[in-house]
Design a protein around this ligand. Structure first.
Ligand SMILES: C[S@@+](CC[C@H](N)C(=O)[O-])C[C@H]1O[C@@H](n2cnc3c(N)ncnc32)[C@H](O)[C@@H]1O
Length: 249
C-alpha cells in the first residue's frame, strides 16, 4: 500500500489555474462561486497529499465564511471552523463554528488529522507562533496545510494591489480616492509583510514538522521550481502553499 506521507501530486492543469483566475476576477460580485471553487480546489490539494478526507478530523483556522469547512464536510470529514472575527463569518456559518483566535485554539494537543489554514498567515503579526499552534493541535504524522499571499506577490497588497509596490500608505490612499471607501487592510495592523525566503528558512529549521512540499498554490506548472529561485520567488510565486507533516514526538 502507498505511504501517504510520501505521496507527491502531479502539477495541476492550466485549465484549473485559468478557472481559479476567472473566479478571482469575480470575487467581489460573486464571492460564493469564487470561494466554493477555491474550497474544492484546496480540498483536492489536501487529498492529493493525504488521501480521502472522509472520516478525518479537520480543523480550519481563520476559515472566514466557512466555504472550506463546508467542502471538507461535503466529502465526509468532521471539519470544524475556528474564526476570530464574527464579521468574516457571513450569514450562515457552518454549524458549530467556534469564535477563536488561531494563536490560542480551544483544542487539546494532537486532535486534528488535518489542520488547514488558507490565506491567514499574512494577517497575523507572528506567523511562526501561529504555525506552532497549528502544529500543536495536529496529531503526529498529521498534515498541516498553510498558504499565504506573500508581500511582494502581485496580489501582496490585497485590495490595494499592485500599488503596494509603491508603498503601502500610498496604495491605501489611492484605494480610498478611487473607491470612496476606506481599505479593509492596514499594513502592520491586519496585514503583514510576510516573505517566502525567511518563512521557508524558519519552517525548515523547526524540528516539530517536516516540509513535504513548498509550492505555488495556483500555478499550473513549475509550482515547486519557482519557490526554489531566491528573489524571483518573492514576485513569481503569488501564493505559497506549505504542506507540512507533524513529526512524531
Ligand atoms: C483573507 S481571509 C481568509 C479566509 C479564508 N481562510 C480563505 O482562504 O478564504 C483571512 C482570515 O484570517 C482571519 N484571521 C486573522 N487573524 C487571525 C488569527 N489570529 N487567528 C485566526 N484567524 C485569523 C481573519 O479573520 C480572516 O477570516
Amino acid at each position: 500500500m502507498e505511504d501517504p506521507s510520501t505521496r507527491r501530486p502531479k502539477d495541476p492543469s492550466f485549465r484549473r489555474s485559468l478557472a481559479l483566475f476567472r473566479a478571482f476576477l469575480h470575487e467581489q460580485d460573486d464571492p460564493d462561486s469564487c470561494y466554493s471553487l477555491l474550497a474544492r480546489d484546496a480540498v483536492n490539494q489536501v487529498e492529493a497529499y493525504d488521501g480521502p478526507v472522509a472520516g478525518r478530523t479537520v480543523v480550519d483556522v481563520g476559515g472566514g465564511s466557512g466555504h472550506f469547512t463546508a467542502e471538507f464536510r461535503r466529502r465526509g470529514a468532521q471539519a470544524h471552523l475556528f474564526e476570530p472575527d464574527v464579521r468574516e463569518l457571513g450569514e450562515t456559518p457552518p454549524d458549530g463554528t467556534v469564535v477563536a483566535d488561531g494563536y490560542l485554539l480551544p483544542l487539546y494537543d494532537g486532535v486534528a488529522d488535518v489542520t488547514f489554514s488558507s490565506n491567514v498567515l499574512e494577517h497575523v503579526a507572528d506567523p511562526q507562533t501561529f504555525i506552532s499552534e497549528l502544529v500543536r493541535v495536529t496529531r503526529p504524522d498529521g498534515l498541516i496545510y498553510v498558504s499565504f499571499t506573500n508581500w511582494l506577490s502581485p496580489w501582496g497588497g490585497h485590495e490595494w494591489a499592485p500599488w503596494h509596490y509603491l508603498g503601502a500608505e500610498r496604495a491605501r490612499a489611492r484605494y480610498r480616492r478611487r473607491t470612496g471607501r476606506a481599505a479593509k487592510h492596514t499594513l502592520g495592523e491586519n496585514l503583514f509583510a510576510v516573505h517566502i525566503g525567511p518563512t521557508l528558512r524558519q519552517v525548515r529549521a523547526r524540528d516539530d514538522v517536516k516540509v513535504v512540499s513548498a509550492r505555488s498554490r495556483y500555478w499550473p506548472f513549475l509550482a515547486e521550481t519557482v519557490v526554489r529561485a531566491p528573489g524571483i520567488r518573492e514576485v513569481a510565486t503569488w501564493n505559497l502553499l506549505l504542506i507540512l507533516r507533524r513529526c512524531p514526538p
